[in-house]
Design a protein around this ligand. Sequence first.
Ligand code: LLP
Length: 445
Amino acid sequence: MQLYPGIEVGPGGELLVGGLKALDLARTFGTPLYVYVEDAIRWKAREYLKELRRISVPADVAYASKAYLSLRMARVAGEEGLWLDVASAGEFFLATKAGFPPERILFHGNNKSPEELKMAIKNGVGRIVADSLAEIKRIQEIASALGRTQAVLIRVAPGIDPHTHKALATGRIDSKFGIPVYRGAHIEAVRLALKMKNVRFMGFHCHVGSQIFERRWFELAGKTMGAIYEDCLKAAGVFPEECDMGGGLGVAYVPEDKELSIGEYCEALVGSFRDRLSNLGLPMPRIFIEPGRSIVAQAGITLYKVGTIKRLPSGQKLLAVDGGMADNPRPMLYSAKYRCLLARQAREGQLSYRVVGKNCEEGDTLIEEAFLPMVRTGDILAVMVTGAYHYSMSSNYNALPRPGVVHVYEGRAFPVVRRQTYRDLLDEQIEGTDRLALASNMGQF
Ligand code: LLP
């Protein structure tokens, strides 16, 4: 039985990941462990490209690397013909170290430092998504000093609240991101960019939010961007060549979540933009979309080993695993819901368990209520849909070493990110005479 693409229940009831037994992966690579079915990532990437071709608009898909980035992932994105969205010079650094072509990278951020901008421009970044008027000027200064002309998109906050978790709604007029579409501020930004000799204005960018399930917010975003392009032509006299519409497609973490398909999402977001422009007799700019979560989330699971099992006075059974909020902060941050299965018997059972982590915090609950067969200490538990914003958001809280990452591809499992060791924790500490030597080394660039 298939649970997610590439993740299924085998004939003996065991959990299979890319055709391999989850139990064997846990034994070989240890726990906690992030495991990806690489084929599933590639399928999603292809699905996006196929759906965009189907609605026949010139379009590119920039994978939002904040969802999950490793050298291997950057290579997968490159091989599948994607662009990459990075949100810091660190992500840019990793991506280019993987050999990802810098000219296919979009650089985001509401507070890029001058050093970050310099690093990106110097290394030939494809687009910078400018977040403010001040940043447009800063890009001009840096590009001019480097003797470059930099292609720039201007991020707008279009005033759309997509009714997702508050922390994930980025399209509102008072968002910390972008230039609000308010009293012509976005047109002022265009005029400024057009005046800058070393800035090439390519178009607008918007990203209304993340983990969105309702089609209407994407339609509204598409229509609103259409109006902004019309505005720009009328008020600034230019019709931009490109439009970046962000990501945001919601993913089902538990069976109750009802997700849109990639096709429905592309049609709602890009189709509504296209229709709006064609009604006005305007041409279609080249489109970028920036999916992150929907490309990697369901391709990933986390394997844990079960330790202590307790019965509470309330009768509730508590099952503690060898990871927790340090490798998955999402339940704590967004009240995110998950489903888990036993690796040896991957089906729902009759027994109710609260799955907690080992971090020293009472709120460190991964799953409030999981229905499982009888669980024993030493069992391997697989939490589903952990491919997006897990490894990338993991921390060393309680000095827990960060788990490793393994990809399964073409029937073979291989490590992609090494599990941290206690040595890694020690290596970043500065003691005694090292202090002086390292003081000059604190800047990253
Ligand atoms: N483009 C921009 C400019 C973004 O800010 C984001 C996500 C994306 C694209 C990708 O959105 P996606 O397709 O993944 O929804 N840590 C949170 C999610 C934060 C999203 C930040 N921006 C979580 O764990 O749910």
